[in-house]
Design a protein around this ligand. Structure first.
Ligand code: NAD
Length: 484
């Protein structure tokens, strides 16, 4: 049995079995696929590979359960979802460990933060209500817009924040009166299967269904006529396929996709505080983050000082197994992504860009470990400046013309988020106003909130999650009017 001693009094068993949730039942599959621990390369367990019939059964169950779920009051749905948040809380230590073991992020930091935050999110979203909007209310006529659930939602999630991004979809989907069929990434299905199992103890059968498998199960969801909306988080390339497939039945889609977030550091910025903040923004979760800072443009007047401080900080960081409390950065989550990084590192090496720290991946290690790597002022058209590496490698770029740096920051098909740093707040805001992105932080970064809409511009996505707008995307507007 795979057990990990966390504290003397707490042993966690993560060996499984892990079951899918279909119509309130825990369901296995004949066929299994291997789930790997990225820190050791070992197989953790086999996860169920849903058959087409099982996916059909999950969709049918969600469809059958939806009218009764939608007929409940918001307050009643809130009760269920709050009870679910309590149940997740009671299983928290187990979920955190599972997250580290299958995803790789350090247990004592990132994994704990992800699970805590996800549970908080479920609890808070449960309190939100979409009130009717009165457009006209005269002595003889009334016009109102009410929000009705879309019906059955298909949710498809990636491997970088599987618990948080899964629960970010589950809670707003349910509170607005929809039912759910979720499919996690084949690289990280276990935590999602576990939170699905917990959901079966709380919700009526068919309200929360979880099916695991490869990409094919995602295609089945996006094409299915009984699914009314797809809430998708993943790469831009897959997002385009999802949108194309959804067009067949005019499904609603929310697409949260890739990013190449720039940070612009203005003259006079406080290097001592900005460097550690941007370091974490770039390298948290080992850079496997849609809103990781992926390019830092530093003004010429402080570039050398900034680079030196950044590199010195990088040298203090430990890359290793996330179960080790001394680990700052865990492994790359899967071999596919590790392979992409090998290719990017090779591109940097063969072009002779300056690499003051990192630069070489030791392929003899059992885990997918990649060193923190900084590239010193590579050309604008280099791959490391233009592509999303999704790993711990980052270009620092020197600038001295504000119009040019804004043009460079905007010269990307992505437009997810950005940040601007400087002592003169008005000057920083003036730059922020000209950045093409769904979120721009000024002298702060990675602030999210239940009531703060989050979504990408350009090819970083379509629609938003969170905020009133995010909730509304799980509904249709229905206008009605009558004479009094
Ligand atoms: P991915 O697109 O490869 O996979 C995402 C999910 O889609 C997985 O569950 C996968 O099985 C499924 N899938 C694959 N092909 C499909 C298809 N044709 N139809 C339906 N589903 C399909 O993405 P990934 O590699 O898991 O995640 C990394 C990417 O996600 C990065 O680009 C990152 O920037 C992005 N991301 C974006 C956000 C955001 O909020 N904007 C958050 C996290 C990650």
């Amino acid at each position: 049995m795979n057990t990990q001693t966390l504290r003397n009094d707490l042993k966690i068993d993560y060996s499984g079995p892990y079951m899918m949730s279909i119509n309130g039942e825990l369901v296995d599959a004949e066929q299994k696929f291997d789930v790997f621990n990225p820190a050791t390369g070992e197989v953790i367990v086999g996860a169920p590979e849903a058959t087409r019939e099982q996916v059909e059964a999950a969709i049918a169950a969600a469809k059958a359960a939806q009218p009764a779920w939608a007929a409940l009051t918001w307050a009643k749905r809130r009760e269920y979802i709050t009870a679910y948040a309590d149940a997740l809380d009671a299983n928290k230590e187990n979920i955190i460990t599972l997250l580290t073991i299958e995803q790789g992020k350090p247990r004592h930091s990132m994994a704990t933060v992800e699970v805590d935050y996800a549970i908080y999110w479920v609890r808070e979203v449960a309190k939100r209500v979409l009130e009717d909007e009165v457009i006209e209310d005269t002595p003889d006529h009334i016009v109102k817009v009410v929000r009705t659930p879309v019906g059955v939602v298909g949710a498809i999630t990636p491997w970088n924040f599987p618990i948080l991004l899964g629960l970010w979809k589950l809670a707003p989907c349910l509170v607005t009166g929809n039912t759910l069929v979720m499919k996690p990434s084949p690289f990280t299905p276990l935590g999602t299967l576990r939170f699905g199992e917990i959901a079966q103890k709380i919700f009526p059968p068919g309200v929360v269904n979880i099916v695991s498998g490869g990409n094919e199960q995602g295609v089945w969801l996006t094409e299915h006529p009984s699914i009314n909306k797809i809430s998708f988080t993943g790469s831009t390339a897959t997002g385009k396929k999802v949108m194309a497939a959804a067009s067949g039945t005019l499904k609603r889609v929310t697409l949260e996709l890739g990013g190449k977030d720039p940070a612009i550091v203005l003259p006079g910025a406080d290097v001592k505080t900005v460097v550690p903040t941007l370091f974490d923004a770039a390298f948290g979760n080992s850079g496997q983050w849609c809103i990781a800072t992926k390019r830092i443009y530093v003004h010429d007047s402080i570039y050398d000082e900034f680079l030196e401080a950044f590199v010195n900080l990088a040298k203090t960081k430990t890359v290793g197994d996330g179960m080790n409390p001394n680990t700052d950065l865990g492994p790359i989550q899967n071999k596919m992504q590790y392979g992409k990084l090998l290719n990017m590192f090779e591109d940097v090496r063969k072009n002779g860009y300056k690499v003051p720290v990192g630069g070489t991946i030791d392929q003899s290690l059992a885990g997918n470990f990649v060193p923190v790597t900084v590239v010193d002022n590579p050309p604008k058209d280099s791959r490391i400046v233009r592509e999303e590496p999704f790993g711990p490698i980052l270009p620092l770029l020197r600038w001295n013309d504000v119009d040019q740096v804004i043009a460079d920051a905007n010269d990307s098909d992505f437009g997810l988020a950005a940040s601007v740093w400087g002592p003169d707040r008005e000057a920083a805001i003036a730059v922020a106003n000209r950045i093409e992105a769904g979120t721009v932080w000024v002298n702060e970064i990675h602030i999210h909130g239940i009531d703060i809409p989050f979504g990408g511009h350009k090819q970083s996505g379509m629609g938003v999650e969170n905020g009133r707008e995010g909730l509304e995307e799980f509904t249709n507007a229905k206008t009605y009017m009558f004479h009094k």
